[in-house]
Design a protein around this ligand. Structure first.
Ligand code: NAP
Length: 277
């Protein structure tokens, strides 16, 4: 029997949908499992943020489970099922179709001056900021010292994260079939003394980006998607496209560019042609 772990946010609509889902699978060959048991599918109910939270809550199931996101608002990037699609989703689950699509993740390796090592994964992006104002850090592309950055921070995103914070920072939207990461600057200082490239940089899977912050920058805030940690004594942060990937059940196909267009542009040109006829 296939197993499902349900993970809903606290919103009333999400909780109601969770109840509806449980009711509808009562007579189906689907067993709900608790968080401590791995499941064939991790189904999130909420938004893209809820799926990001589930990704960070269940790293131990990454290799085994396929994710499915139900959005209780508009269509999301990870949460690409809507409340009115629950019956179709359940039919897909019991059909035995286990096909999936996988997306790249980011490995973030943090080394502190007291020789501690912290390794984390990010689904959308990693962001370095400082609580004390300007971040000063050397940016290495592999072993090559590329520039010294001064500004509010640096964002390094995955292809699926490219439509999140990265896009608001002027980064390009990258198709998730490309195994690449993108670095964007957050308000860099550029004048006669300080200089950075000032445009997004896209790096292939086999290359890394390492940030070596100046210790004078004080306390740092390191964000991994919607999770944050605060660290003082950072020696280096090395990021690279991870060997692990996240898998999503492909029970229906939502074209990537369709999702980008409907999220950011609204009506397609073809729609307006239809309306003008
Ligand atoms: P949040 O309030 O949970 O999310 C901010 C918005 O970003 C929400 O509308 C969320 O969608 C959307 N989002 C999340 N991942 C996305 C993706 N891959 N593509 C397009 N939109 C996406 O904020 P948070 O907890 O601070 O951070 C969670 C994520 O939100 C971050 O990883 C970052 O990428 C994104 N974010 C974007 C901005 C910005 O664009 N200025 C600022 C902060 C954070 P749902 O409503 O479906 O959850």
């Amino acid at each position: 029997m296939l197993t499902v772990l349900l993970y809903a946010n606290d919103k009333q609509l999400s909780q109601a949908l969770k109840k509806e889902f449980i009711q509808k699978i009562k007579d189906q060959p689907i067993r709900l499992v608790e968080e401590k048991e791995q499941a064939d599918y991790i189904i999130t109910i909420g938004g893209d943020g809820t799926l990001l939270s589930a990704f960070h809550r269940f790293p131990q199931y990454l290799e085994y489970s396929q994710f499915i996101g139900i959005h209780t608002g508009h269509l999301g990037f990870y949460a690409d099922w809507l409340a009115n699609g629950i019956d179709q989703l359940i039919r897909g689950l019991v059909s035995g179709n286990r096909e999936s699509v996988s997306y790249p993740l980011l490995t973030v390796d943090i080394k502190t001056t007291d020789k501690r090592s912290i390794r984390r994964l990010a689904l959308n992006e990693f962001v370095l900021r400082s609580t004390a104002g300007t971040v000063v850090c050397d940016v290495y592309l592999d072993d090559f010292c590329f520039e010294t950055f001064r500004g509010d921070g640096i964002c390094i995103s995955t292809p699926t994260g490219s439509t999140g914070l990265n896009k608001s920072l002027g980064g390009a939207v990258i198709h998730p079939k490309l195994d690449a990461m993108q670095m964007t600057e957050i308000a860099s200082i550029n004048n006669l003394i300080y200089r950075t490239l000032s445009s997004p940089v896209i790096v292939p899977q086999e290359e890394s980006i390492t940030l070596k912050p100046d210790s004078q920058s004080g306390n740092f805030i390191l964000s991994l998607d919607n999770q944050s940690l605060s660290l003082e004594n950072i020696e280096s942060i090395r990021t690279q496209i991870a060997p692990q990937r996240i898998r999503f059940a492909s029970l229906k196909h939502t074209h990537f560019w369709d999702r980008v267009a409907s999220s950011f542009i609204g009506n397609h040109p073809s729609d307006s042609r239809e309306l003008n006829r």
